[in-house]
Structures are given as structure tokens and as C-alpha cells.
Design a protein around this ligand. Structure first.
Ligand SMILES: *[C@@H]1O[C@H](CO)[C@@H](O)[C@H](O)[C@H]1NC(C)=O
Ligand SMILES: *[C@@H]1O[C@H](CO)[C@@H](O)[C@H](O)[C@H]1NC(C)=O
Length: 461
């Protein structure tokens, strides 16, 4: 009898940790990962590698550290004279790729950890779940295979991937054409190159509640802050960055777009703190809505280049009302931080569809909330609701009255900016004058002002 009770308790204790917490939203919406597949717990590094690589639907539990480090290799490369890995707390650059500048000195042999440069391949339909804050992958990153989709990575820590060596490995890369990717409550630290990078073909993903910890002794900017934070320069990238904690990073946090791309970003409620460098860097082709973020002791909330990108918008004002049913949130930049550029071409915001985050909060509440909720150890902490942002316009979401059972659409009219149609919707399909119901996409129609001038401004006509 006693044994049975112990066994039952053990089952109960692990069951709650065996499934995804919450639901994917934003540009990663629809990710279900391994769904209801029976969870597997890899017994070795090799087994982890096999479980990740194919397209079999799988729930993979990481309940301990998987350490890939220990086997070294060496190769030629270079060091930077003004910020030396050899003597100044900088990073070495492995290979020829970065050796062109006049500031670079050749180094004949750089010793690195062999595992870092070959990441673990990840196929479609995977939930990769850290259990109880104990799931750690050390020495190797994950690479979501070209075309792979539907991957959830939650509660996992990535660390110690050749931190002293640029081109020594990324923590998470997306090879392109990746959709329904959700990376939540993970932690990234001590990486040689990028914490997260999407490559040239683009990916659609939500990164939420992650901690990007840039504290390092080997910094490409020689100031104890990691430079290579996040790069999303793919042709068709669509990323939601929500409630992440960026600290002690000095660059590309994140770098968005490049000439010729056509990409969208929604960065909301992130905390950027103690940064001896820049947060946002932006290039032509990117459309970024940056709202409700908090910058605390950040040298450059955005770069000079970002300041020249009209569609890098941090003061959206009422442009959000038509899509989110609320005004765009103000960012907060403290007095010890530099300037956040504002942009002015906010027309694209009307095209963002239903990608809003479930619980946007005001920037003044971001620091406390994010510190209490980000990272693997806090997974589950956010089940208590975030303090909701107070509505600042008349456009505040007014939920349509419930449909009477059996009828197609509810009687009555929906208010300006409320939903009035779309798959699965059964509220009122008529709008209160002067608004009319306009189809945004298959899933969402919305009451907007019937004045044609206003419609043109929304870009739907
Ligand atoms: C992923 O799972 C979905 C739903 O079960 C399936 O339709 C799809 O083919 C799977 N993807 C791959 C690449 O196997
Ligand atoms: C609708 O648009 C017209 C013209 O732009 C404006 O004067 C009016 O105030 C708008 N009405 C509402 C309810 O937003």
C-alpha cells in the first residue's frame, strides 16, 4: 500500500511538467509541437539528437543537463587588435570570414570546443520541454531544419557554446521557411555567436518570456556584454517578441531586416536593461511595431541607422486601435538611457491581423513583471494574470455579446473596431454606424469607420 501511494505521488509530480504550458500566440500561433504524443525522456546525448532530428511528432522532456562539451579542436582565425581575445577580454574569430578588417590580426591556431559548431538538427512537430527549470543543453545549439514547422521550445536553457569564439556556434537558428515556432521561457547565455538567428529565407515565430543574459568575460565589444544577440534579416520574417528579458547585451538586440526584405515584427513588453551598446538595429524592408517596452540603463535603445527607417515605429499612437482594439502602448525609456527613434510610417500596423499578445501591459509595469516571469525557472509563474493595460481610447475591446444558441450570428451591432466576422466567429455581423464590417482575412473581419478616407489610410482599398 505504501509503495502504491509513493508511485502515485511520483506520477502526479511529473505529469504537470510533461505538457506545454499555455498556448502559442502572435506570429508563432498555431504551434502545437508534439501535441498529445507520449512524452519521451532521452537517456543520452545521442538519444536526444535522434529524437530531435526527424519529423516524427514528439514530446521530448529534458529533466537534466545534456553536456556536449569536452572534445576540443583547433583552427586558424583572427583576433582584433583594439579588442583582443588574447589580452583584452574580447573574442577570437574562427575561420577567415571576419579577418578582412585592418583591425584584425591572424591567429594560426584557435582552440575551440568541437561540439559548438555542429548544432542539433530539429525537425517538424516537436515539443522540447525543460522540466522544473532543469532542462539544460550545454555546448551545442539547436538548428530548426529548412522547412520544418510546428516546434515548441519551452523552459530550456542554452549555455556555454564556445563563448570566447565568434563563429563557434549559435544557440538557436532557423534555417528558413519555418512556421509555427514558439520559443518560450528559455534562457540563453555564454554563446560565441547568436543567441537566436533566422537565416535569409525567413521564419515565423514567437519568442516570449525568454531571458537573454549577455554577461561574459569574452565580449566582442570588450565591455563584459555579449554583442551578437539576435538577428532576423530573412526575406519574409515575421516575429513576435513579447515579455523577454534582455540584459548585459551590447548589440543586435535585435537586428531587424536588410535591404530588399519584406518582414514584420511586433516587439511588445520586453525589458532591456544594463546594456553597454544598442538594442534595436533596423534596415530597409522591415516593418516593426515596437510598443510597451521598457529601457533601463541602455546606451542606445535604437541605432542611428534605425532612426532612418520610417517603418521602425515606436510611437504608433492610435494606429493600433483598428487592429488590436487598443491604442499602441508607449515605450518607457529611463533617464540613464539614450534615445529610441520613433518612425512615422505606421500604415503597416493595419495589416498586422490578429497577432496581438494576449495580455499587453503598460511599460511602467514591464520591469517587475518580466523579472518575475522570464526564464525556465519561472515557467508557470505567469499563470497569475498580468496586470492588463488600461484602455486609452474609446476603441477598447468591447467583446461582442454571445450568440444566441442555434443562430448563425448574434443580433445587435458590434462597436467600432470590434470583430464582426471570421472563421468560428458568431457575434454580431453588423457594425454600429458609421462603421462597416470589413474583411481583414479569413479569420477576422472588423468594424471600421466607413469614411472612405479612413479606409484608404488603413490600406485595405
Ligand atoms: C506534422 O504533423 C501534422 C499533423 O499531424 C502533419 O499533417 C504533418 O504532415 C506533420 N509534418 C511533417 C513534416 O511530418
Ligand atoms: C470616421 O472618420 C471621419 C473622417 O475621417 C471622422 O471625421 C470621424 O470622426 C470618424 N468617426 C469615428 C467614430 O471614428
Amino acid at each position: 500500500m505504501r509503495f502504491e501511494i509513493i508511485a502515485l505521488l511520483a506520477v502526479a509530480a511529473t505529469t504537470s511538467a510533461q505538457s506545454v504550458v499555455g498556448t502559442a500566440y502572435g506570429y508563432g500561433a498555431g504551434a502545437t509541437g508534439g501535441g498529445d504524443a507520449a512524452p519521451v525522456t532521452p537517456a543520452s546525448n545521442e538519444e536526444l539528437e535522434q529524437y530531435l532530428a526527424d519529423d516524427t511528432k514528439r514530446v521530448i522532456l529534458l529533466n537534466r543537463e545534456f553536456d556536449f562539451t569536452g572534445k576540443t579542436a583547433s583552427g586558424a582565425g583572427c583576433d582584433k587588435t583594439t579588442c583582443s581575445a588574447n589580452s583584452g577580454g574580447g573574442q577570437y574569430y574562427l575561420g577567415d570570414l571576419s579577418c578582412g578588417g585592418s583591425d584584425m590580426t591572424r591567429v594560426s591556431s584557435i582552440t575551440y570546443d568541437a561540439a559548438g559548431i555542429t548544432p542539433l538538427k530539429v525537425g517538424s512537430n516537436k515539443s522540447i520541454l525543460g522540466v522544473g527549470g532543469k532542462g539544460v543543453i550545454k555546448g551545442k545549439g539547436l538548428s530548426i531544419a529548412k522547412g520544418a514547422s510546428n516546434v515548441i521550445i519551452q523552459g530550456v536553457e542554452f549555455t556555454t557554446i564556445n563563448p570566447g569564439i565568434v563563429w563557434g556556434g549559435d544557440a538557436l537558428d532557423m534555417q528558413g521557411g519555418n512556421t509555427k515556432i514558439w520559443v518560450d521561457h528559455c534562457k540563453f547565455s555564454l554563446v560565441g555567436r547568436m543567441f537566436v538567428v533566422s537565416h535569409y529565407d525567413g521564419a515565423e515565430a514567437t519568442l516570449s518570456n525568454n531571458e537573454f543574459d549577455g554577461v561574459t568575460d569574452t565580449s566582442a565589444t570588450c565591455n563584459g556584454n555579449h554583442y551578437w544577440t539576435m538577428m532576423m534579416i530573412g526575406k519574409t520574417d515575421k516575429f513576435t517578441l513579447d515579455k523577454n528579458y534582455f540584459h548585459h547585451v551590447s548589440g543586435r538586440a535585435p537586428k531587424l531586416g536588410q535591404d530588399g526584405v519584406n518582414s514584420y515584427f511586433h516587439a511588445v513588453n520586453n525589458l532591456f536593461e544594463e546594456m553597454k551598446g544598442h538594442a534595436f538595429d533596423a534596415y530597409t524592408g522591415v516593418r516593426a511595431l515596437v510598443e510597451g517596452n521598457a529601457f533601463v540603463a541602455v546606451n542606445q535603445p535604437s541605432t542611428e541607422h534605425a532612426a532612418g527607417i520610417n517603418t521602425f515605429v515606436s510611437k504608433g499612437g492610435n494606429a493600433c486601435s483598428s487592429v488590436f482594439g487598443r491604442a499602441c502602448l508607449e515605450n518607457s525609456v529611463d533617464s540613464s538611457s539614450g534615445k529610441l527613434s520613433s518612425g512615422y510610417s505606421s500604415g503597416f500596423i493595419a495589416q498586422l491581423g490578429k497577432i496581438d499578445v494576449p495580455k499587453p501591459i503598460e511599460a511602467s509595469k514591464v520591469a517587475a513583471y518580466v523579472k518575475a516571469n522570464a526564464g525556465p525557472a519561472n515557467l508557470g509563474a505567469s499563470s497569475s494574470p498580468a496586470p492588463a493595460a488600461t484602455a486609452t481610447t474609446a476603441a477598447a475591446a468591447t467583446p461582442a455579446p454571445a450568440a444566441p444558441i442555434g443562430s448563425g450570428f448574434a443580433a445587435g451591432t458590434a462597436k467600432l473596431y470590434a470583430q464582426c466576422g471570421g472563421q468560428g466567429f458568431n457575434g454580431p455581423a453588423r457594425c454600429e454606424a458609421p462603421a462597416t464590417c470589413v474583411k481583414m482575412n479569413e479569420w477576422y473581419s472588423q468594424c471600421i469607420n466607413s469614411s472612405s478616407k479612413f479606409r484608404r489610410a488603413l490600406g485595405h482599398y
